[in-house]
Design a protein. Structure first.
Length: 300
């Protein structure tokens, strides 16, 4: 895992230093993306990553000491980094949605980056996301790309209409038998205007089992604490193209991938490789995936 690096803390807020790519890199990336798109990038990506059997359904079991009986076996479907735009559009996630619905989960969550460039692209996802089914519904946080033009409110509003509710430094408590799952969510640690972790946790009660949504996995170490079973994040795309030396060759400022599952003291950080891509419609050794997180009583 990266060292925490350039944190700044103000009161209960924690912020990561904004990474900005040089203009020439952004222009080059845009040209590559347009070129790939003209060559059939969307169809290529869909056929290799989004059709039945082409994406990974990764199962992660989180053991929690003294987990209330009511939460034993509680299952969460975790999606991330959909990056609607040139390579993912309406209907492209239909097989993913079917696969999740067949799992029969208790909750579905999304950890940001619904778009790459244009907020309106997120609306391409609403029909697919609206077909997701779980017992307690869908919740989400924003990723760094979603603040483009400071129009993230449009995504929040449209997704809300199809049952995906955003936790913007907020929480929802889900009671199940003798236990309560507290799902908390924070704004993106780079782009969010206000990042208020204490505010997000303010309504939690003693004994709640917390699962926290945070787009950037660099928040994992900082957000870990007793009572927080897991931090679910995305952002890295699992490296997207994992080739030795590639990062050095292209001088990539893309986020480093800390690993799919990292133990941060009492809290397990799950880093989702995501379903979408940026720049090129291609993944190598970083499969598109959905993570199914299951809570289980530890130390039994
Ligand atoms: Fe992303």
């Amino acid at each position: 895992m990266d060292e925490p690096g350039p944190w700044s803390t103000q009161g209960s807020s924690v912020r990561l230093k904004l990474r900005r790519q040089p203009r020439w890199k952004l222009a080059l990336s845009w040209c590559v993306e347009v070129g790939c798109s003209l060559l059939g990038g969307r169809r290529f990506y869909r056929s290799r990553n989004l059709l039945p059997g082409r994406f990974l359904i990764r199962h992660e079991c989180i053991e929690v000491d003294d987990l209330p009986k009511g939460l034993e076996g509680f299952r969460i479907a975790h999606l991330s980094d959909l990056h609607a735009g040139r390579f993912i559009r309406e209907g492209d996630l239909s097989a993913v949605v079917e696969a999740i619905n067949q799992e029969g989960v208790d909750l579905h969550v999304l950890t940001g980056d619904y778009i790459t460039h244009d907020v309106a692209d997120a609306f391409q996802l609403t029909e697919d996301l609206g077909r997701l089914r779980s017992r307690h519904g869908g919740y989400a946080v924003l990723g760094n790309h979603d603040y483009r033009g400071r129009q993230e409110g449009r995504i929040v509003e449209r997704f809300g209409e199809v049952g995906v509710h955003f936790l913007r430094n907020g929480a929802v408590r889900i009671e199940r038998g003798d236990g309560t799952l507290a799902l908390t969510g924070v704004e993106d640690l780079e782009e969010g205007k206000v990042i208020d972790i204490d505010g997000a946790r303010a309504q939690l009660e003693e004994g709640d089992v917390e699962v926290l949504l945070c787009h950037n996995p660099r928040g994992g170490k900082l957000l870990a604490r007793r009572g927080c079973a897991a931090v679910l994040s995305g952002h890295t795309h699992g490296g997207q193209i994992v080739l030795p030396g590639l990062r050095r060759l292209v001088g990539s400022s893309a986020p480093r991938h800390p690993g799919e599952r990292v133990q941060c003291g009492p809290t397990t950080l799950i880093v989702n490789r995501g379903l979408g891509v940026v720049a090129v419609p291609f993944r190598y050794k970083a499969p598109a995936e959905v993570v199914i997180v299951t809570l289980s009583r530890g130390g039994a």
